[in-house]
Design a protein around this ligand. Structure first.
Ligand code: SF4
Ligand code: SF4
Length: 425
């Protein structure tokens, strides 16, 4: 824990009034062994010195105080003990950023110091499994990117292994997690229906069987697991489940897309040149100040597409795209999305968002271009690929049954098409 305690030290503490002062008389985070006294509208720890804003018991302060804003807490379902961070601390996002370089594998904490879960806690790592916790599930929220990645990063090349893939649906879908037989199980709930948007990780027959029982108890839902890889589907088949291929995703070599060399890429190269010739180009990292301009361009794109669309299914997919793109634009940083905005002069010609799903694979989740700028799509894709020098592969997801999209993705010459399977009983 000493490494974590170092991370808690911040200049922000000087002007912050979150620690040591509580809005309620019996807070969950009450310092163990110390009393609170009423001060105005709040309750203050008896060891807190308001004049100096120091802790009189600093050398012997309780473990909870020592590690705050980290906390060792029982999960909502009670099935495990977690290292969490309290989002009430104004410094929590910076601390999470630094955690990427901190080894969290062997954290020791004094036995019996676990506290109850608070709504403001963000899970970081499971420290101990305590049982199955019954049918209760733990909520997964858009703040939980670090926790999700600690399980799924580097476990494959499918887009669903990235946190944004799921969290852009939080307007219509709720997400939950549970550790079952040591596997991370992700649940989603749309309306009254629960399902698994990913197979348990690591995959195991025991975890699947337990999930099936749990789903049956949750509004009588049947066991359906989406987004399984071919490898997992094959193993599930051997374990007596049914696995059916539902779609596929396109995987490319990044270097080929960055260079666009040879006859295969003649058309894409030409379109990049057209855009370059006719535009006053800037290609920059997406910032919150780009939101309004990008949202305006998204509306233009949507209206243009709706006008040209004849099929009901395509219209439905366009509606989904509009919703998920809006979510990406407003929650990009929280979801761990890397974004780029392409402008010609002051006008947004396009934007793109994606995230790394493993050390060598980047997934492009969104790319929207202004229909008034010919070649903007080809240009923005090439430039993004040129920047991602640490990645070997680019996943551009599937085609959703849209013929034109499938043709366009084929033209870029995928090195592989990754099968996506649904597993049922
Ligand atoms: S809440 Fe965070 S920033 Fe504020 S005093 Fe406590 S540790 Fe420091
Ligand atoms: S023991 Fe010290 S650090 Fe803990 S709440 Fe009291 S004053 Fe604050």
């Amino acid at each position: 824990m000493q490494k974590l305690i170092e991370l808690t030290k911040s200049d922000k503490c000087k002007d912050c009034k979150v620690c040591c002062i509580f809005p309620e008389k019996y807070p969950n985070l009450k310092p163990n062994g110390l009393n609170l006294k009423k001060t105005g509208d709040n309750f203050t720890c008896e060891a807190y010195e308001p004049e100096t804003r120091r802790c009189a018991a600093y050398q012997k302060r309780p473990f909870d105080c020592e590690i705050y804003p980290f906390a060792v807490a029982k999960s909502e379902d009670g099935a495990c003990t977690l290292l969490a961070i309290d989002s009430l601390c104004p410094n929590y996002e910076e601390i999470i950023d630094k955690l990427a370089e901190t080894d969290l594998t062997d954290l020791r904490y004094p036995e019996g110091t676990e506290i109850a879960w608070e709504n403001t806690f963000i899970p970081l790592r499971v420290l101990k499994n305590n049982g199955n916790g019954g049918s209760k599930l733990n909520m997964l929220s858009p703040e939980d990117c670090f926790f999700f990645r600690s399980y799924f990063f580097n476990t494959g090349k499918l887009s669903s292994l990235g946190f944004p893939y799921h969290m852009i649906w939080t307007q219509t879908t709720s997400y939950f997690w549970k550790i079952i037989h040591g596997s991370f199980c992700l649940f989603s709930k749309t309306g009254k229906d629960y399902s698994l948007p990913l197979p348990p990780l690591p995959y195991s027959k025991e975890a699947c069987n337990e999930c099936a029982l749990l789903l049956a108890g949750l509004n009588g839902c049947s066991f359906t697991v989406f987004n399984a890889s071919q490898e997992t589907a094959e193993q599930a088949g051997k374990d007596g489940f049914m696995a059916r291929k539902t779609s596929e995703e396109f995987l490319y070599k990044r270097i080929a897309l960055a260079e666009l060399k040879g006859d295969n890429y003649k058309a894409a190269r030409w379109l990049c040149n057209v855009f370059e010739k006719n535009s006053d180009i800037s290609f920059k990292e997406y910032r919150p100040t780009d939101l309004n301009d990008c949202a305006g361009m998204l509306n233009t794109w949507y209206n243009h597409k709706v006008e040209k669309t004849k099929y009901e299914n395509d219209l439905r997919l366009l509606g989904h795209s509009l919703k998920t793109n809006r979510a990406a634009l407003s929650m990009a940083a929280k979801l761990g999305l890397t974004g780029r905005v392409l402008r010609s002069g002051a006008n947004v010609a396009g934007y793109t968002f994606g995230s790394a799903i493993s050390e060598d694979t980047f997934c492009v989740y969104f790319e929207i271009t202004n229909p008034s700028f010919k070649g903007a799509g080809q240009y923005i894709f090439r430039e993004l690929c040129r920047e991602l020098i640490a990645c070997k592969y680019i996943n551009t997801m599937g085609h959703d049954g849209i013929e034109g999209l499938e043709r366009a993705k084929e033209l870029y010459k995928p090195v592989e098409k990754l099968g996506i399977y649904t597993i049922t009983i």
